[in-house]
Design a protein. Structure first.
Length: 277
């Protein structure tokens, strides 16, 4: 038992050593037309294998419902909004199943039953979790934890250490100057954190499924890709935020459509954004 705490540190050190000896992949320039095309191809992949898309989206939706119910049960309604906003931070990791599906459909999109099965999809995700994908999950989960802490501190800073009912919370946020200021500052802080997570994860997770590289190299490549394409990636980030926001307004039901399309599209963004090895 005494050796277990050392394993994460050893794994992280190994990843650092691997990244220091790994040549970073070449990143490509993309355009707005590329974004439109990957959304179209993402829709095509969803239509080709809808069962997988609905299943993985369902995990996200049901998980969101359960978290909201838990917060309401424990009288923590003030965390519902930041959770809904910050839950998108872990979407790239949850979308792992979509990357596997798109990867197998890439070579033969017409023969879905021949190239795809539940054992292939789950087996691929499981094998990646035991490797660097697990570290990416830890990083994105930690980002969500930081965002939730910041949101709670901001609310307490603006409204004092008092607990609201859900209706009082909505009324305070939407009808008072203090609530408006909280929304302004909170959304600004959330946007900064979200874009940071977006920068290191937008293509890093699908890259881990496709190449034998460490998670640090994958994150650095993702950041380089965003730096090379700042305007297009800003549009892509806002597109994701808008689609998820609309889905949240539907009580998460819209995620059954938007999440598969975005997940599949992200795979194709990676394929266009990073040069072949």
């Amino acid at each position: 038992m005494s050796e277990n705490p050392e394993k994460p540190a050893v794994a992280a050190t190994a990843a650092l050593e691997r990244s220091s000896h790994t040549q970073l992949p070449q990143v490509n320039t993309v355009t707005i037309n590329d974004l439109l095309e990957i959304l179209a191809v993402g829709l095509r992949d969803f239509r080709a294998a809808p069962t997988y898309g609905l299943f993985f989206a369902g995990i996200y939706v049901i998980g969101g419902w359960l978290l909201v119910l838990l917060l309401l049960y424990f009288d923590l309604p003030f965390l519902v909004y930041p959770l809904a906003a910050g839950f998108a931070l872990v979407a790239p990791f949850i979308a792992s199943g979509f990357y596997v599906v798109s990867q197998h459909l890439e070579n033969d999109p017409e023969e879905v039953e021949q190239v795809l099965s539940w054992s292939i999809v789950f087996g691929t995700v499981k094998s990646m979790l035991s490797r660097d994908l697990g570290w990416m999950a830890l990083v994105t989960g930690f980002s969500l934890f930081i965002w939730m802490d910041i949101a709670a501190l901001l609310l307490f800073g603006f409204a004092g250490f008092q607990f609201f009912s859900f209706s009082d919370l909505i009324n305070t946020i939407l009808t008072t100057p203090t609530g408006w200021l909280f929304l302004l500052v909170g959304n600004a802080a959330g946007a900064i954190i979200a874009f940071g997570v977006f920068s290191y994860s937008v293509i890093s997770i699908p890259m881990l499924f496709h190449r034998d590289i460490d998670f640090i190299t994958a994150m650095l490549t993702s950041v380089r890709f965003v730096i090379l394409n700042p305007r297009v990636m800003a549009v892509w980030c806002m597109t994701i935020a808008a689609m998820i926001a609309i889905s949240l307004l539907s009580g998460l039901i819209g995620l059954f459509v938007t999440l598969p399309i975005l997940g599949h599209a992200t795979w194709h963004l990676y394929r266009r954004g990073v040069a072949a090895p």
